[in-house]
Design a protein around this ligand. Sequence first.
Ligand code: SAH
Length: 345
Amino acid sequence: MKKILQDLSFEELENLIFSLGEKKFRAKQLYDGLTRGKKISGINIPSELRSKLLQEYEDEPVKIIKTLTSADGTEKYLFELSDGNVIEGVLMKYNYGNTQCVSTQVGCRMGCKFCASTLGGLVRNLNSGEILCQVLTVNALHAKAAGKRAVTNIVLMGSGEPLDNYANVVAFLKNVSAEGGINISPRNVSLSTCGLVPKIYGLADEGLPVNLTISLHQTTDEGRARTMPIAKKYSIAEILKACGYYFEKTGRRYIFEYSLIADENCDAEHAEGLVKLLKGKPCHVNLIRLNEVKERDLNTVTEKQAYRFLGLLEKGGLSATLRRSMGNDIGGACGQLRANHLKNN
Ligand code: SAH
């Protein structure tokens, strides 16, 4: 596999251009073009420099090979990487802007029982440039029509566990928020983790105030371990302590994802358990009805059950919302588009 130019910060790109004996402004020209989602071959630089770069660097590290559009405007993309692996992403349209969901790994090794991304295990980590290119490519698709930056928010909630690919994800967070680049503020980025506790401490110390989201999905360690193997390694108490540290260092309140699974985690006792765990903490709970994955034997709840659970949390004094499901008509849960693609190819 060739290297990826989008892995580089502007300073690193400048150094590369210097080392090739070129003038400084070529770095800016390249960086601006790449930020606009262009390929190296589509940027107006001297042909000698272009061929030198193309010998070593991928022209198009992330290519959209399929787009599905939902009735509600949500778009789902299947991206192909230069080694032939595929990942997926989503763009959700809200009145405050557009949120893109990006992948951080091909597959995942966390093994959560409700999740389609982990079905085939981890294939490989994505480079920071491959994570960035998902955003640059989708932004370029829409930016022209919008006349401005089209992707305003990012959630690291596609396939993969972001904190299991720590260095590349942190490099991505720095590059995506760089001022001369696409410049999406860390405050508009949410990183979701199943709870790799030491890495949460690490992230708190990076000075990147991203929104931290924890996939909780249960109220006890034993219950959590039934669907999330990582619960055997780190307890809920350890996660809460790490979240407290995150809040102290960044001033950002943290969020818990709680996917409602029938007969698993949404009785009155679970609501009570959540209130006990979280009351008084600077956090918010996001409920989402399980997206059923056909390879998995878990069922979702009715809308009525979901609202009842939400009511119990609110009554208990928690800040909570039931997330609206988007793009239901175009391919369901995380990882399903890729899983179908792999089956049919
Ligand atoms: N690995 C990270 C981010 C990926 S998934 C994490 O664990 O947080 C983003 C969110 O979707 C997580 O909260 C995950 O638990 C949840 N999720 C995965 N599969 C789901 C499904 N089938 N239905 C509902 N939520 C799901």
